[in-house]
Design a protein around this ligand. Structure first.
Ligand code: DAT
Ligand code: MG
Length: 149
């Protein structure tokens, strides 16, 4: 079972898309094991996006992610990292396939609604960065046997 970090970015919260976005992940069978609304401090944003430091879009990226509250969550499931990335769609929203969150609900790269960890190793780092152990709850669902083989 894999865990992955998802952020519904400020545009998603402001546009009232928390419910519709969350619903897509829930409907796919992913289990919510952590969930919170937060105003992102600049130091957390900088650590989260450290790999992009020095790029032209980096300052704007930090301004965007700290501009208004985000919803942070950890989702669990078989191959959760890959499955969530597919559901989220391509980084450049205008290129994202129809049927994905970005492809259906967004247009621009700098307003692409959602962050999702890109690899299992990234997911481990990001989950630990955004959530304490006490904020993550492992539990069984009665439906698990209808979702996981
Ligand atoms: P993703 O969010 O799909 O993992 P990423 O990790 O490459 O994409 O980049 C992080 C964020 O930075 C992305 O969601 C939007 C912004 N970004 C990436 N490439 C960009 C670019 N060429 N111009 C403007 N913003 C960009
Ligand atoms: Mg990324």
């Amino acid at each position: 079972m894999e865990r992955t970090l998802i952020l519904i970015k400020p545009d998603g919260v402001q546009r009232g898309l928390v419910g519709p976005i969350l619903a897509r992940f829930e409907a796919r069978g992913l289990k919510i094991v952590g969930l919170k609304l937060m105003q992102v401090p600049t130091d957390l944003a900088a650590r989260h996006y450290a790999e992009h430091e020095g790029k032209a879009f980096y300052p704007g990226l930090l301004r965007y992610i700290t501009s208004a509250p985000v919803v942070a969550m950890v989702l669990e499931g078989t191959n959760a990292v890959t499955a969530v990335r597919k559901t989220v769609g391509a980084t450049k929203s205008f290129e994202a396939e129809a049927g994905t969150i970005r492809g259906d609900l967004a247009l621009e790269v700098g307003r692409n609604l959602v962050h999702a960890s890109d690899k299992p190793e990234t997911a481990e780092r990001e989950v630990a960065l955004w959530f304490s152990d006490a904020e993550l709850i492992g539990y069984a669902r009665d439906t698990d046997r209808w979702i996981f083989e």
